[in-house]
Structures are given as C-alpha cells and as structure tokens.
Design a protein. Structure first.
Length: 206
C-alpha cells in the first residue's frame, strides 16, 4: 500500500487514478504537477471541469454535446439537413468534422449494441433516429459505426428499422480498416471513406 504524507494529496491521486488510461504513477505525477502550480491556475482547471459537468447539454436533435438546446451543427443553416451520419459517440463527430469534407448532420447513438456489456437497442438513441427519418424528408442515412462485430450488429439493426422508409442507406467505404475506431483513422483515409461511401445493401452482399 502506498503511503502519502497528506490525506488531501492522497485523495487527489486516487481521484485522478480513476480517469481512463491514468494509473497510480501518472496520477501521482499529475498531482505533484498541480501542487507546483499557482492557486488561480488550479482553480481555473477545477472550475472548468465543474462548469462543464454541470452545464453541458445534449442537442435535442442529434444528441451531440452542446452549450445550448441545439448544437452548432444542427443550428447551422449551411449544413445539409437531408443527410444524417449515424455515429457511436461524440469522438466520432469530432473525427469526421476534422476531415472538413462532410456537410450533413449527425445522429449520436450514445454507444453500440453489445450484449456482453448489457447494452441493447433501447439503451441507445435508435428510436429517435427512426422517428427523425419518419417525420422528416431525410434523403440519406450514413451508418458510420466501427467495423467491429458490435458495430456491424448495430448497423444491421438500424438497417432493418429503416429499410422500408424512402431513404438511401449507406455505409463508409472500407478505407477504415476492420476493427478500427473512427477517432483513430487518419483524416485523409476517413475523408475518402465518407466521400466514397457505398450502399449498405451492397456491403451486405459482400
């Protein structure tokens, strides 16, 4: 068991160690770093985290994180509202936006179907996607989920829910390697896979 000269110091290390990818040694280094900073700088960091957690919202249309009722993408009149790109989470929105090649809108599922983790369709925002397609004149739905078993399962579930609607269903071209997460794909590869997307039914045949 580690011994700390201060309970306050120990509590900070313990809390930082809860962050993903941060072990006890890294948490210790970060705590020592923070201890050397000025009080205003540390307060600024703490207040930013607290303010983010207390005040961040989720867009009522696409479920992306936002500072207001509608996110900047959904409220932008220059975006193509007839095209919806379905992604797993906020990180994927950021990855696609970084390519600067996609001009449509998004729908953030909040995860993917994973029976092992106890995540089913009702735990995601699939129903609101189906309603959105039913209520609006959506011309195309791009299924941009990772090409894992869970991603493919979720894609197929969405396909079954939407295939009887008068909406084109596409998926990313196989520029993103099997099993890769969108956030780790380089911008050129991801951009090409969006521009060269294929009909989902053609993907099923393959």
């Amino acid at each position: 068991m580690d011994h700390y000269p201060s309970k306050l110091f120990e509590e900070t290390v313990s809390e930082l160690a809860k962050l993903p990818g941060i072990g006890k040694k890294t948490a210790l280094r970060l705590t020592l770093f923070l201890l050397k900073q000025s009080v205003p700088d540390v307060e600024s960091l703490g207040n930013a985290v607290i303010n983010m957690r207390n005040n961040i919202r989720f867009c009522k249309q696409c479920h992306n994180i936002s500072d207001s009722e509608l996110c900047e993408i959904c409220s932008n009149d220059q975006r193509d509202k007839n095209t919806i790109c379905v992604v797993e989470d906020v990180r994927d929105v950021m990855a696609i936006e970084n390519t600067t090649l996609y001009k449509g809108t998004y729908h953030v599922l909040g995860g993917i179907i994973s029976p092992i983790e106890g995540i089913g369709p009702d735990d995601l925002t699939i129903n609101s996607l189906v309603k959105k397609v039913s209520d609006n004149k959506v011309k195309e739905v791009i299924m941009a989920l990772s090409t894992t078993i869970e991603g493919d399962t979720t894609n197929f579930y969405i396909y079954k829910k939407l295939k009887d609607h008068n909406t084109k269903l596409t998926t990313l071209a196989r520029g993103v390697a099997i099993g890769d997460e969108l956030e780790f794909a380089d911008e050129v590869t991801l951009g090409r896979s969006i521009l060269n997307r294929i009909n989902y039914e053609d993907y099923l045949v393959k």
